[in-house]
Design a protein around this ligand. Structure first.
Ligand code: SF4
Length: 94
């Protein structure tokens, strides 16, 4: 089974693959060597990625997406999702 899943990235207002979110976040910030791409500003200030990392963001498979199905937009105001985000960010902060 393909692991490729699509979710709706709220900061970029675009459908994205979950593994792309992780890749985009690992890009360097600011000045980068020729040929490399810097991190997007949306990713720098993003608070929704913990939902992607923990699998809490609504997704559809890539196959379903290509068939026209769209993932739901995460409700960042929901208490349970806020908790996931806060916990993840706390852990990252050490
Ligand atoms: S880090 Fe945030 S802004 Fe960047 S792709 Fe992931 S969800 Fe979107």
């Amino acid at each position: 089974m393909s692991k490729e899943k699509m979710f709706y990235c709220i900061p970029q207002q675009a459908y994205m693959r979950t593994d792309n979110c992780q890749k985009l976040r690992k890009r360097p910030t600011g000045k980068v060597p020729a040929g490399a791409q810097p991190r997007l500003r949306a990713c720098e200030t993003c608070t929704m990625y913990p939902l992607v990392d923990t699998g809490k963001v609504p997704t559809v498979t890539l196959a379903a997406y290509l068939g026209g199905t769209r993932p739901e937009v995460a409700n960042l105001k929901s208490a349970s999702l806020r908790k996931v985000i806060e916990k993840h960010l706390e852990r990252e902060a050490g």
